[in-house]
Design a protein around this ligand. Structure first.
Ligand code: G4P
Length: 529
């Protein structure tokens, strides 16, 4: 395969869902199809258990395992599929947001009984902001759930999607008979056999054919005909271009657990999902088929072994090829680095590779050179647009609990923030440090890791903040901005990049501030221009 064919054959995507909708199960079935794993249960054991709220050993163990599952790659129909794992636990949502900067498309899993849930809303919103192509998979059709049309409505109303069903269920739950595949024009009958890997499909070229009545019974056939007529009347035809631009989202129905509807999803996915796309850098748009390597760090994973503080930095290759032992420019440091053992990922294993292509993820051993968002090139001064931070949900002062270990503490905090474990804010007024996290769990993770990896001790103190807002001033010299800074001094801080942040202590104070200082714009994400 030449360079262009290599790019064309790659599909790098993420699966997002609210916890329990079936993301892990679906991932596993996709791997089964790719022949990447032999039996069910292999991925399942790796997921961060919902019960692991404060069990450090469990967190540590799972962190270790999830290095391997961070990228699950396999070959299917001559396509190289890279699934980027996104943690389901909501306390790690920030991690998921960052991973979404490295995907070329997304599959959204929805539970048929629960419909659109909170976590899905947040994640889909991020994908919509970035016009990431999305396919929706409505899961657990073997169970009683919501009406298919209600669900499609839900997707439009709550998620703001423009959907077009490419398959449609025949019955549901106890009465679930199968799925009509609108994309391929055939019927797939449900047998409820979860061990079955390849399903038999029956081609129904003409929906009015009596064969359909014979196959699923007169009542179901007539109901299906009515439903398909409605689908045709209400939803637009599938438009690949609109999908690729993030303006239309095809929907599939199925049951991941029963391996039902998964092949249809996968076949359509490799057909329509984009190969690695061009990416915007601060300086210019970089095309994936450019010859010179460019890539960026979207994730850093700390080593499990506290004696070796080395980490694995995950690079998404945007253009060119990444070659072992070739020097690349670390743009932020302005120095060249060579990597003798870049890791590629295959199914659940990682192995050293000589060459990787756009769309691939390479894991580089790192002793502290990298932070999230760093760019590698062959010499060009190029910086991929920063990975945005979102307002954390929990805030606490962090104090040094062992005065002899101040240096270790600050080094530890610095490195953990580079990894993206949490966000650090330094108060303008007194220089005190405040940690902001998405979930309460991170505070414990930080405390544990500071102690075990850096030999430092910290304590926390409550700091009631409602939201962190990144500040955009129309004119930093105008009187309004000066007054805002003076009056709100107590609530101002700098984030790690030195951007000014307003830490609002309540929704009310946030609203009042917005009204009083209309030229000072407050944003819930650090990326607003
Ligand atoms: P997640 O990664 O999105 O959190 O979800 P996961 O795949 O772990 O699935 C959550 C639960 O839903 C699991 O049950 C799983 O077996 C079940 N599930 C997934 N797909 C389907 C489906 O198509 N039909 C039905 N009926 N159930 C499905 P669990 O009891 O939490 O775990 P386990 O004991 O089965 O491992």
């Amino acid at each position: 395969m030449d360079f262009k064919e290599q790019i064309e054959s790659r599909r790098t995507f993420g699966i997002i869902s609210h916890p329990d909708a079936g993301k892990t199960t679906l991932t596993e079935k996709l791997l089964l199809f790719g022949g990447a794993i032999q039996e069910a249960g292999a991925v399942k054991n790796n997921k961060i258990k919902k019960t692991a709220t404060s069990d450090f050993m469990e967190i540590e163990r799972q962190r270790g395992i999830s290095v391997a599952t961070s990228v699950l790659a396999f070959i299917y129909n001559n396509k190289k599929i890279n699934i980027l794992d996104t943690p389901g636990h909501k306390d790690f949502a920030e991690d998921t947001f960052r991973t979404l900067t490295a995907v070329d498309s997304v599959i959204v899993v929805i539970d048929v009984a629960k419909g659109v849930e909170e976590q899905t809303e947040k994640l889909v919103q991020v994908c919509r902001m970035r016009n990431i192509p999305m396919i929706v998979f409505i899961n657990k059709l073997d169970r009683e759930g919501k009406d298919a049309f209600d669900l499609l409505d839900d997707l439009e109303q709550k998620l703001g999607l423009k959907v077009t069903p490419l398959s449609f269920p025949i019955g549901m739950g106890y009465d679930f008979k199968g799925i009509y595949n609108i994309y391929e024009k055939n019927v797939n009958l449900f047998s409820g056999d979860s061990k079955k890997n390849i399903e038999d499909t029956i081609a129904i070229r003409d929906i009015d054919s009596p064969d359909l009545d014979e196959l699923i019974g007169e009542n179901s056939a007539s109901e299906l005909r009515d439903n398909l007529e409605l689908v045709e009347g209400v939803y637009p035809n599938f438009d690949k271009e609109a999908y690729l631009q993030g303006h239309q989202q095809p929907v599939f129905f199925g049951s991941a657990l029963n391996n039902f509807g998964v092949r249809e999803l996968l076949d359509c996915f490799i057909d329509i999902a984009p190969s690695p796309r061009a990416k915007m850098a601060e300086e210019r748009l970089v095309q994936s088929d450019e010859k010179e390597l460019t890539g960026f760090v979207f994730k850093i994973h700390a080593n499990m072994d506290p004696k070796h503080r080395d980490r694995l930095a995950f690079i998404k290759i945007v253009s060119g090829t990444f070659e072992r032992n070739k020097p690349y420019l670390h743009v932020r440091h302005g120095k060249k680095l060579k990597f003798s053992s870049p890791n590629a990922f295959f199914a659940e294993k990682k192995e050293i590779v000589d060459i990787s292509y756009p769309g691939d993820i390479v894991g580089l051993h790192d002793t502290g050179n990298f932070k999230i968002g760093d760019t590698l090139t062959e010499g060009e001064q190029l910086n991929y647009k920063g990975i945005p931070s979102f307002s954390p949900e929990h805030f606490r002062y962090i104090n040094n609990a062992d005065p002899m270990k101040a240096k270790q503490l600050y080094k530890g905090i610095d490195q953990l923030m580079d990894e993206g474990v949490a966000q650090l804010f330094t108060l303008e007024m007194n220089g005190r440090k405040v940690i902001g996290t998405v979930g309460a769990l991170q505070f414990e993770v930080i405390q544990y890791r500071l102690e075990h990896e850096y030999g430092a001790k910290c304590s926390y103190e409550n700091f009631p903040v409602y939201k962190a807002c990144w500040i955009e001033a129309e004119d930093i010299k105008n009187e309004e901005f000066k007054e805002f800074k003076r009056v709100k001094q107590k609530f101002l801080a700098q984030d790690k990049r030195g951007q000014l942040v307003f830490l609002a202590d309540s929704q009310f104070s946030l609203q009042m501030t917005q009204q009083k200082y209309p030229t000072v714009k407050l944003h819930f994400t650090s990326e607003f221009n």
